[in-house]
Write a new protein. Structure first.
Length: 216
């Protein structure tokens, strides 16, 4: 695990707590997004514990670059920021989980093991707001043509809609509370049913049918 936080004392204390957890090995730390990316490239951790508000490159941009460059590495956000803008920016950047720094040791340990198993994790208060906002966003979205892809299941339609909006698999997993493996399976099924071989072709067909669009 790589610990990323700009406050040295917090970073060191957190690393010590993590090192005491079973099955957790802290391989390094970083004080900002730029250092985090360099450390990820060198150390290849399984999980990055990421703060958001940092000088220089912030945690959202670092998360976006890490999940794009090393999709096998999970990013778990640990921050004091709980506003909707920060939450959704981190999830859409590909974060696998979002915890607040007030979380207890047991909650942090559980989140680490869940993310390690490919699951999406959200702090309880954050999860309620994400679900509420997701409902509002669904209401705002133009309904795509239900006859366009009759072979798709309802869940595959939801995944396709998010793919068409440009979300990565980790971001889709976080949004729908699924594992990344499940999302990958859905995407593979979608490709097969739409007779396409890549994401760009799937997006093109989806947008032609009205997927991925939001009313303004």
């Amino acid at each position: 695990m790589l610990v990323v936080d700009d406050h040295a004392l917090f970073r060191e204390g957190l690393a010590a707590i993590l090192a005491s957890l079973p099955d957790v090995v802290v391989v390094g730390s970083a004080s900002d997004g730029t250092e985090a990316i360099s450390a990820v490239e060198e150390l290849q951790p399984d999980i990055v514990l990421m703060d958001l508000h940092m000088p220089g490159m912030n945690g959202v941009e670092a998360t976006r670059r890490i999940t794009a460059g090393w999709p096998h590495i999970a990013v778990l956000v640990l921050t004091m920021l709980e506003d909707d803008r920060s939450v959704f920016a981190a999830l859409e950047a590909g974060a696998h989980g979002y915890l607040l720094k007030e979380s207890g040791r047991a909650e942090l340990a559980g989140a680490i093991h869940a993310v390690s198993a490919g699951q999406a994790v959200l702090d309880g208060s954050i999860a309620r707001r994400v679900l509420s906002s997701a409902g509002r966003r669904t209401d705002e979205r133009r309904m795509p043509d239900p006859q366009a892809f009759p072979l798709l299941t309802q869940r595959e339609r939801e995944v396709l809609d998010l793919v068409a909006r440009g979300l990565t698999n980790p971001a889709i997993a976080s949004r729908l509370f699924l594992s990344e493996k499940t999302v990958r399976n859905h995407v593979s099924n979608i490709f097969t049913k739409l007779h396409v071989t890549d994401r760009a072709a799937a997006v093109a067909r989806a947008r032609d049918a009205g997927y991925g669009e939001v009313q303004r």
